[in-house]
Design a protein around this ligand. Structure first.
Ligand code: NAP
Length: 236
């Protein structure tokens, strides 16, 4: 299916590996020009070398200035920004009563505020063109908190609440705001945590995000789309 994205411009953060990289690849395969961000410039350069038209902006997405710089880079190179995909590394493990204030603030900065800042920088330009797609990569924990991932559970649900709120505000302006909620996927992060069991393929996940950003997904707004192989068992 042609997703109707040929010539669009996207910013994808945390894109050098795993789910972010897969998303950048899926968008590029649809003819989207992409600003790639992560901290490791060499890995991004390597990825950019495989894409038809991409810009690398290495930087730490937890720095409050970086999201705006990524949007500026898209505007400078192509004069538009149509799609932003907010993603970041996951926070460390910790049970609800063990995580301290400093850790909670760091997780909120990385997994809530960095994505909100990215949307905040891009939406004024999307409003002008009355077309935009904001999609965040979060976690299945927005529906089913994961034991010993208290930091992730808190930050993801806060981002989900922001998504739902922003979606209402932007619905009339041709802009959708959605969240993809992955269950276990076979990325480096998962391997490092020693998690085993049934896992999804990052490439499939990337295509799901690309669909959420597509022309045809124009009436999908304010959802948290589970991509978890049925692992979440709640009814909502
Ligand atoms: P991954 O394979 O470890 O990749 C993480 C990516 O984030 C890398 O490109 C890394 O590049 C980048 N990154 C990390 N910290 C960054 C920072 N401060 N600024 C900019 N880029 C940063 O992880 P993943 O499995 O794709 O997971 C992506 C997100 O989905 C995480 O938040 C994770 O918790 C969540 N998630 C993953 C799964 C899963 O099963 N894989 C399930 C649920 C949720 P650099 O190191 O070069 O910066």
């Amino acid at each position: 299916m042609d997703l109707g994205l040929m010539g669009r411009v996207a910013v994808v953060t945390a894109a050098s590996k795993g789910l972010g990289r897969a998303t950048a690849l899926a968008l590029a395969a649809e003819g989207v020009r992409v600003v790639l961000n992560a901290r490791n410039a060499a890995a991004l350069d390597e990825l950019a070398g495989t894409l038809p038209d991409a810009v690398v902006v290495a930087g730490d997405i937890t720095d409050p200035l970086v999201p705006g710089q990524l949007v500026d880079a898209a505007l400078k190179r192509w004069g538009q920004v149509d799609i932003v995909v907010g993603n970041a590394g996951g926070p460390p493990t910790g049970s609800a009563l063990d995580v301290d204030d400093e850790q909670i603030l760091a997780a909120m900065n990385a997994n809530l505020l960095a994505s909100v800042r990215l949307a905040r920088a891009a939406v004024p330009h999307m409003r002008e063109q009355r077309w935009g797609r904001v999609c965040f990569i979060a976690s299945a924990s927005v529906r089913q908190p994961i034991r010993d991932l208290a930091l992730s559970n808190m930050a993801r649900t806060a981002l989900w609440a922001w998504t739902k709120t922003a979606a209402q505000d932007l619905a009339e302006q041709g802009i959708t705001v959605n969240l993809a909620a992955p269950g276990l996927h076979a990325t480096d992060r998962l391997l490092e945590r020693g998690v085993t069991g049934r896992t999804g393929q990052p490439a499939d996940f990337g295509q799901v995000v690309a669909f959420l950003c597509s022309e045809q997904a124009r009436f999908i707004n304010g959802i948290a789309l589970g991509v978890d192989g049925g692992a979440v068992t709640g009814l909502l």
